[in-house]
Design a binder for this molecule. Structure first.
Ligand SMILES: [Cu+2]
Length: 121
């Protein structure tokens, strides 16, 4: 179990130094990709025209592990925050939405909404 207590928190309650995550159709911009283990706040801003999600997923080399935190259905222009305790390791920040493009399903993650972060001691 990697996460002590992942939970969505009010945006006004984020700690100084929260990790800013900007979402676009279809890209992610992360304020810092090298973080220290412990309690971390992520502030997510959806700058796109579509709704997105933010999931924090364990990585082990090329493999994906558990989803350790998730913020679902972030509306365009909306800001949301999540607080999670992360152990050292590699994680992917991803959007798990699968949209339709001319009736063809396309995962936002595969379109570019993924970014790796390194959490160190
Ligand atoms: Cu998305």
């Amino acid at each position: 179990m990697v996460v002590a207590d992942p939970r969505e928190i009010p945006v006004a309650a984020i700690a100084p130094g929260a990790v800013a995550v900007g979402q676009y159709d279809y890209a992610l911009q992360v304020g810092s990709r090298r973080l220290e283990a412990g309690r971390l706040d992520f502030l997510v801003t959806n700058n796109g025209a579509e709704a997105h999600e933010l999931a924090i997923v364990e990585r082990d080399g090329e493999r994906y592990g558990e989803i350790v935190a998730e913020v679902e259905h972030i509306e365009p222009g909306d800001q949301r925050a999540v607080r999670v305790t992360l152990r050292p390791g590699t994680y992917s920040l991803v959007c798990l939405v699968i949209g339709l493009d001319a009736d063809v399903p396309r995962a936002h993650m595969a379109l570019g909404m993924e970014s790796l972060i390194e959490v160190s001691r």
